[in-house]
Design a protein. Structure first.
Lengths: 152, 419
């Protein structure tokens, strides 16, 4: 039963009950929709970049379990002020944590997201925690492609 | 409530659930340090020693390919395989063995009908009538057929209790309805459909009827002659038999008028490069080496169930469902989804403020295995305005004490989530 407490930490309940940055973002630079057909969880991620290529604002909406909602909420808290490359690096760090790979000095960089490490002990729930991140990656790709088109 | 209590008292002595539990080795294990409480039987049921030992014995002593070898082992395997067909025939009271086609499962049985009956009996504009409570396996094959042939899919709706609206069903039965494909028991809600009436109405309109029996055969005796259905499909693995084996029953005259589903060995009479003639029923529909041991294992499962008695099993499961429904409805913040007057073996529910997947994970840590999600019935979930439910489904080996464990685990999930 202790693993349940590791999985459902108070921070997760808090973000599940009161998700941060929830809702559509007006004037988003890019957005993407994520869907897990196995469980029906849905999440959309909205990003607004400034002229310097820095994420100025971020939001998400959708529906899902406590793990997926809390992950999306925690994710949005870490993205403001990051460049596209930095956000991609965050994805890689989070992904490594979910796979149980040694995060090393990167662990500190995950900050609050570290509370999600308990998900590793629940293999059937890892997809719940990665859905928002894969959706972020899709949104970042849209931003990258858009940038590529506009510069050519 | 009085009606339920009365039913609970009947047959309690006649049915020795502890003896039955001893027949199922998987039930002896612990999960996360807790005794396993297996309530995911609608997805697949555990296997009794009778099935496990039969499968082991056939692979050990009697194994060979069927129907072609002139040698001793092939004859033994062929006899056992065909004897299994006979057991299935008796189990659903079909008229002849040749009306029993072995397939991979309910899904393949429905796809067989869609492909073969579709090709020979349906054309553009013909209507296929299903219900809102169908499993994806009784929706998608008809959509694929519609893309190929231009047939039209009609859907009869359900009410808030999860019961088929028979008035709407009758209204949708029209001159162009050629096939009615309906589940006997809803896998997501447990609703028992009035298939006798559905079959009579469909036949009065000149339509053929396929019954998806995947969820019904483990819970109730089925008599395809009394029902007069044209097709009846079910899976072995939900019936305490092996995976990968299932049954399509079809009326002989219909199966004879249908073209083969797949081509290959076993299903031919004579092959040349200009023309091939096909084998007699049921082999016409059984191309390739069949799941020989699967069929024999299914036969063993049927023997086992018939020895216990299908009526005694149905009574036990009805008692469990009545008890579970009463226990669950006592939990504040729990809402049952699917409250039909006639139900079998399934309790689907939602908890206020706790997502079904979180419920599933927490129950699992209590050793309780349930299904959380859309149960391959997304349109039905949409009808009820939910993305999924938590589903507890009961088998002959479940007990009231296990339902108490389920109820306790649900309360723990609510406590964890501060509800």
């Amino acid at each position: 039963m202790n693993e349940l407490k590791d999985l459902y930490q108070e921070v997760i309940f808090d973000h599940n009950r009161n998700p941060r940055h929830f809702g559509k973002l007006a004037h988003a630079s890019c957005h993407a929709e994520g869907f897990n057909p196995l469980c029906g969880d849905k999440v959309s991620v909205y990003l607004k970049f400034n002229d310097q290529g820095v994420i100025e604002d971020v939001s998400f909406d959708g529906s899902g379990c406590a793990i997926s909602v809390a992950t999306a909420s925690l994710m949005t808290e870490t993205l403001a002020g990051k460049t596209r490359e930095e956000a991609e690096a965050m994805f890689e760090r989070f992904h490594s944590m979910m796979l149980g790979e040694e995060a090393g000095s990167d662990a500190a960089a995950l900050g609050k997201l570290e509370v999600l490490s308990g998900v590793r002990e629940f293999p059937s729930r890892i997809k719940c925690a990665t859905l928002a991140w894969h959706t972020l990656l899709a949104a970042l790709k849209e931003e990258k492609d858009r940038g590529a088109i506009s510069t050519e | 409530m009085n009606g339920n209590t009365q039913r609970i008292n009947i047959g309690r002595d006649a049915f020795d659930v502890e003896a039955i539990r001893a027949d199922f080795p998987a039930l002896r294990q612990t999960v996360h340090g807790r005794a396993l409480v297996f309530l995911d039987n609608a997805a697949s049921a555990q296997k009794p020693f009778r099935v496990i030992d039969t499968v082991r014995q056939y692979y050990t002593d009697d194994y060979a390919n069927v129907h072609r070898g002139l040698h001793y082992l092939s004859e033994r395997a062929s006899d056992a395989f065909e004897a299994a067909r006979g057991k299935v025939r008796g189990f659903i009271n079909a008229r002849e063995d040749c009306e029993i086609v072995f397939v991979r499962g309910t899904t393949e049985a429905i796809n067989l009908v869609a492909a073969s009956f579709g090709q020979s009996h349906l054309k553009a504009g013909d209507e296929i009538l299903i219900t809102e409570m169908e499993h994806h396996s009784n929706i998608v094959p008809w959509q694929l057929l519609g893309e190929r042939l231009g047939t039209v899919l009609k859907v009869a709706p359900v009410n808030d209790a999860g019961e088929l609206l028979m008035d709407e069903f009758e209204r949708l039965l029209g001159p162009r309805t050629r096939l009615v494909a309906v589940t006997h028991v809803s896998n997501a809600l447990g609703t028992i459909n009035p298939i006798e009436r559905i079959i009579a109405l469909a036949h009065a309109h000149g339509a053929r009827v396929l019954i998806d029996g995947a969820q019904s055969v483990p819970h109730t005796a089925v008599d395809v002659q009394a029902l007069d259905c044209d097709f009846y499909a079910f899976s072995g693995h939900k019936l305490y038999g092996p995976t990968g084996i299932g049954v399509l029953y079809g009326k002989r005259e219909l199966l004879e008028a249908m073209p083969p589903y797949q081509g290959g060995g076993e299903m031919i009479r004579e092959v040349s490069f200009t023309r091939t003639t096909y084998a007699e029923l049921p082999h016409k529909f059984e191309a390739g080496t069949p799941h020989i041991v699967g069929a024999i294992g299914l036969g063993a499962a049927i023997d086992y169930l018939q020895e216990i008695g299908l009526e005694a099993i149905a009574r036990h499961e009805d008692e469990l469902l009545a008890y579970a429904t009463a226990r669950l409805q006592d939990i504040p913040g729990l809402r049952m989804v699917g409250t039909a007057a006639r139900k079998a073996g399934i309790a689907s529910f939602l908890l206020d403020g706790v997502h079904t997947h979180d419920v599933g994970t927490i129950l699992d840590r209590h050793g309780v295995a349930v299904r959380a999600g859309h149960h391959c019935a997304m349109p039905l979930m949409t009808r009820f305005g939910v993305s999924g439910t938590t589903r507890a489904s009961f088998a002959l080996y479940n007990t009231r004490a296990e339902i108490d464990t389920l109820a306790g685990a649900i309360r723990h999930a609510q406590e964890l989530f501060g509800r």
